[in-house]
Design a protein around this ligand. Structure first.
Ligand code: GAL
Length: 644
């Protein structure tokens, strides 16, 4: 796939927020700035259908015509993330319910439960009406379903409807209640059920619920999101050939994004680097200070690499921060140059389009403090000039095919759900573990594909890392068989069954590696275990019984990384220092040269070019190249130094 001719810029626009007289000027200023795509409609239900059945498409017709005739290509959102007030009156039990049994009410957005059949049918109806009307409109080049499933923690709902649907899901998955009792180990604490009608939701129990029950409920909740989205895809496809996309969020695990992505034509995600640094990148206080105006140097890259896979190789950034946001605990402004850097980094990871959120700052509503490309008074905001610069650069920049990376990180939603159900330590977090490994790979200059555990040809990869993987499923072992490079599992990998029980023989049960984890410890922050070669293992440490070669040991001689041949096992959660050493060693074994990147400097190799990105606030030099603060640089790839 080449991205050169397909790389474009876009913007999110809300015609319903502005007087109609402003639309044409907005459109021509977008085009002037080099923007060629515009996403609209995703929260406009109350304006499209102000009263049940009373459809007002006239304004949307005119908005699409105005934007389209200015030369803009339109992405039309289904408005289902923001059900209007009358909808809640019509279906009072459609609201999502929290784990304390309280309904999450009207007055913001995403106030619906994925298990409410009536609301799902309302969504089918409005999607059908939109698809019938705009499915062949020449200006509509893509559809977006809903908006950020699971944002604001909405994938899981504890409503009566969810409980009913969960019982049906259990009956379908387990067939007989005895099978369910066996799978969940319900002999424990007399939890056996006599029929599926007795199965409830794993909440409001006296002490912790059965982790297998929690995991089943999380799997069910994920399936409900996928099913909800599929209804919209099916309706759109009946009336339109335009591709369908959804805008995923950063660090959300409420549903299996690979499964949902399989119903899309490509994927997209919403990138808010400064907001994410503050509220979800797991950054230390020092990193927050260092990257306050740049964002975490690996967080965007991780999601580009993940969502590229969810979109079967194709993705967009549907929303990118253009200035301060409003929703993080603190909302600083980007360092000059970062809006450009974030866009170029997305393109280097294969994005076809980068859209900015939003065109003009809204003077009202919850996001009135969120920057746009224009100020509320229509003057340009700071970000606009950087966007226009990227647009100019895109005309001259080289074509840069994405090409497969040579390294992979396995990232799995069932594992995320399992370790949320059974963390075993207060700070054990699956995303943090995977992200730590990913960051170490990036610090070594490697380019990475983030992949699901099953159904992949691992043949092209010289190094595959699989931390925290719930189980070594037959599907995963099949994938592993295709890999000719190095594979390192662990910590906490392959030690459970798919139902979160301990397998016998005990894990990880890997081909070509005689190793068993006989005991695990979770460790508080003051109990790090020093390693012989430097650095520590923290949070999680396993006793590994093995006669394989040991490459890393604790200072007192216990094995931490073992395994000859192709497969290794890592028996603890190393800090950055130790991880850097481990990744470099594994990369070398896989035949990949690592780079010595100074702090904040990152690279990404495409099939033809190496891109450099400097997240530091000072210039950085590597291999004779200097990249200024917030700088971007690219050069034809010297194949001999290709890192992936
Ligand atoms: C996104 C969302 C947008 C807007 C934006 C503000 O998560 O999709 O609708 O709320 O955040 O940063």
């Amino acid at each position: 796939m080449t991205v050169g001719s397909r790389r474009t810029l876009g913007v999110c626009y809300y015609p319903e927020h502005w007087p109609e007289a402003a639309w044409a000027e907005d459109a021509s200023r977008m085009v002037e700035a080099g923007i060629s795509r515009v996403r609209i409609g995703e929260f406009a239900w109350s304006r499209i259908e102000p009263r049940p059945g009373e459809l007002h498409f006239d304004w949307l017709d005119r908005a699409i015509a105005t934007l389209g005739s200015a030369g803009l290509e339109i992405v039309l959102g289904t408005p289902t993330a923001a059900p209007p007030r009358w909808m809640v009156d019509r279906h009072p039990d459609m609201l999502p319910v929290d784990s304390d049994g309280r309904a999450r009410g009207f007055g913001s957005r995403r106030h619906y439960c994925f298990s409410h059949d009536g609301y799902r049918e309302e969504c089918r109806r409005i999607t059908r009406r939109l698809a019938e009307r705009y499915g062949r409109n020449p200006h509509v080049v893509a559809w977006q379903t809903d908006n950020e499933y699971d944002c604001h923690g909405t994938a899981v709902s504890h409503s009566e409807n969810a409980a009913r649907a969960f019982r049906e899901w259990c009956a379908h998955r387990y067939r007989s209640v005895d099978t369910l009792n066996r799978a969940w180990g319900n002999a424990f604490w007399s939890m056996d059920y006599r029929g599926f009608d007795e199965v409830g939701l794993p909440v409001r129990t006296v002490t912790e619920p059965n982790p297998a029950h929690v995991l089943a409920f999380r799997r069910f909740s994920s399936d409900q999101v996928v099913r909800f989205n599929r209804v919209q895809c099916d309706e759109i496809r009946r009336h339109s050939d335009a591709p369908i996309v959804h805008n995923f969020m950063g660090r959300t695990s409420g549903f299996d994004h690979y499964a949902l992505g399989a119903d899309l034509d490509f994927a997209s995600w919403d990138s808010y680097p400064l907001g994410f640094l503050m509220d979800r990148a797991g950054a230390s206080p020092e990193e927050k200070e260092q990257y306050l105006r740049q964002g975490h140097p690996d967080f965007q890259a991780f999601h580009h690499d993940l969502y590229r896979t969810c979109g079967a190789g194709r993705f967009w950034v549907m929303e990118q921060q253009p200035g301060p946001v409003n929703w993080a605990p603190w909302n600083p402004a980007p360092m000059p140059g970062m809006v450009r850097l974030w866009a170029w980094e997305a393109f280097a990871h294969g994005a076809e389009t980068v859209c900015f959120f939003r065109w003009r700052q809204a003077p009202f509503g919850q996001e009135q403090m969120h920057a746009g490309l224009l100020l509320p008074d229509r003057r340009p905001a700071v970000g606009l000039a950087e966007v226009a610069r990227v647009a100019r650069e895109l005309e001259e920049a080289p074509e840069a095919g994405t090409g497969p990376a040579r390294c992979a990180l396995i990232y799995d939603y069932a594992s995320a759900h399992a370790w949320e159900a059974q963390p075993q330590g207060a700070d054990f977090d699956y995303f943090d573990l995977c992200f730590d490994v990913y960051c170490a790979m990036r610090r070594a200059g490697l380019s990475i594909d983030v992949l699901p555990p099953e159904g992949r040809d691992l043949g092209p990869y010289a190094l595959v890392m699989a931390p925290g993987l719930l189980e070594c499923s037959p599907g995963f072992l099949d994938s592993l068989n295709t890999c000719k490079g190095r594979v390192v599992l662990g910590p906490r990998a392959g030690q459970k069954t798919s139902e979160l029980a301990i397998p016998v023989p005990m894990g990880p049960n890997l081909p070509g590696l005689r190793a068993t984890v006989t005991r695990v410890e979770s460790l508080p922050p003051f109990a790090d275990v020093p390693l012989a070669a430097g650095g520590v293992v923290r949070r999680w440490f396993e006793a590994l019984e093995t006669d394989a070669e040991v490459f890393e040991r604790t200072r007192d001689g216990r094995p931490v990384l073992a395994g000859g041949g192709r497969v290794g096992y890592l028996a603890g959660w190393p800090d950055a220092r130790a991880l850097d050493r481990i990744i470099r060693r594994e990369a070398a074994l896989g035949g990949l040269p690592a780079l010595d990147l100074p702090p904040g400097l990152r690279v990404r190799d495409t099939a033809t070019h190496r891109f450099w990105f400097n997240y530091a606030s000072e210039a950085r030099t590597c291999g004779g190249r200097t990249v200024g603060p917030a700088g971007v640089r690219w050069e034809p790839l010297d194949r001999s130094c290709r890192t992936g």
